[in-house]
Design a protein around this ligand. Structure first.
Ligand SMILES: [Zn+2]
Length: 163
């Protein structure tokens, strides 16, 4: 029997390199951009681009619940990657008035698929920093690890690479 293993690291935010602490802080700040009147669960996501730029997004809920957009996809939708402008890392965290603890949160399945599409599109790995409001962080170096046996462009015979 084959077993799927992947590497990941536990950190406290203040143990991260300064650049990644800034990224995690940006994700926390982005929770203020959330529109979450239904769940009261405010998610912020920030990406670190290869030129050092940090971009952020937040979850945007809707009275028609399925229409809502997660923070990760909200920020990724505004990025056009190129050979010298790639996503290096994405950090995601949350705030909530409800007692939901301080464990790191992970991207949902739909966002994992979207992050992986961006990774394939730019042909370089995206590290994922899953952060909790109390400072706990789980880091995965490659989005591929979060979506084993993924469906992607390789499965579509009509796919032609383009950025
Ligand atoms: Zn999501």
């Amino acid at each position: 029997m084959d077993v799927y293993n992947f590497p990941y690291q536990h950190y406290l935010k203040n143990e991260l390199p300064e650049e990644m602490q800034k990224l995690a802080d940006a994700a926390t700040a982005a929770t203020e951009l959330a529109y979450a009147p239904y769940s009261k669960f405010k998610v912020g996501a920030s990406v670190l681009m290869s030129d050092g730029t940090i971009l952020s997004g937040a979850n945007q809920e809707n009275a028609s619940y399925p229409i809502g957009v997660c923070a990760e996809r909200a920020v990724l939708a505004g990025i056009h990657v190129s050979e010298d402008y790639k996503v290096k890392a994405i950090a995601v965290t949350f705030t909530s008035d409800a007692p939901v603890g301080d464990n790191p949160i992970a991207p949902c399945g739909m966002c994992r698929q979207s992050i992986l599409e961006m990774q394939h599109r730019q042909d370089s790995p995206i590290a994922i920093y899953m952060c909790g409001p109390g400072g706990k962080v789980i880091m995965i170096e490659d989005a591929e690890f979060l979506l084993p046996f993924s469906f992607g462009s390789k499965d579509l015979p009509s796919f032609k690479p383009q950025v």
